[in-house]
Design a binder for this molecule. Sequence first.
Ligand code: GLU
Length: 414
Amino acid sequence: MLSDTHFYFNKAADILGLPQIIRKILLTPQRSVKVEIAIESCAGELMYYTGYRVQHNNARGPMKGGLRFHPEMNEDHASALAGLMTWKTAVVDIPFGGAKGGIDCDPKTMSDKDLSLVTRLFVAQMKDVIGPTIDIPAPDVNTNAKVMGWIMDEYSKFEGFSPAVVTGKPLHLFGSEGREEATGRGVMLTLREALKDQGKTFSEITVAIQGFGNVGSHAARLIAEHGACIVAVADHTGGVSNPDGLDVVALNEWVSEKGGVSGFVGGMAFEGSEIITWDADVLIPAALQDVITEENAHDVKAKIVVEAANAPTTPSADAILLERGILVLPDILANAGGVTVSYFEWTQNIQQFRWVLDRINDELEKVMSKAYRSVCDVAEEKKVDLRTAAFILAIRRVGQAALARTHLDGSIFM
Ligand code: GLU
């Protein structure tokens, strides 16, 4: 995955004509920390995990990014995703850098007690390299508000009351209104802007969504509320489709009860992997990386792909989609709603003040539409696709901030 994110960076850096030394500085993480986590599980078994935190860049502010609990988590994934966070926070112009981390565990197979212990051991070993002005973790794949609450609690044992050390916390533990649905809302807002540019509205489109976790489920609900027809949804348990539109509210209830979309009575079952090539106007990959590949990109039928997941499209697939005239709304723009509301949560924690939901949603809307417009302006200026434009915008902002801290001239980023 790291070589893929480097590929996109270099494509933009070529257009900016950046020298190798600057590329090296901007691509290399500032720090990478790896910790050993061994526990005796509730079942009396000895379990061994590795925890990672890669801190990519802090030129524009404290480093920021999620924690992913997944058996395939490793340093390469953490580095690639940490870099994406640097570019993402720059695209939406919030005062953070980028980081990412996680543990190579599978929460689905663990008790809450074991998961809490593993999380707390991770924090105890990372406490000196994270903090409200250093690096602020957040939820990502397989982590949620409960895990963030444990992180705040454990860190505060060492450093005193510190709600701003982590975002995505429970509402009753200094979390923010609107944070849980923020990534999904940002996806909806980005798509809305793109449709506006094409003179279309939500009521004219059909949508297929891969992933029905925190991001996919909220994106589906909000997009359906705006009048779009969600014709197919797939997750790790399988797929369900309905040409007249799935009842997203009922599907949400089904998933909360059964743990996946499979068997949902309001739709027809299909093999989950078919979702990428589903016949719909819009495709939203909202699960894991590398799902649109050289093998299936030729068969994608959607006219717009909204990258709600991080790094769902490989560079060779991206080239095919571009060649076929499919509009890709890139991850570092389309899924930035989550980290943007994390910024609002951090701000509220620092100020010891609460914002109401309307304020959160209004501010998020402003940030997302401004970011979309800025990316389109660069695309127009440089005659490039939106992903390359988003990288150019981000590299300029990060590069200029980095050089403004020195006596060097920042004009090479123009
Ligand atoms: N994990 C989310 C992302 O990839 C959110 C990060 C955050 O809120 O810091 O953008």
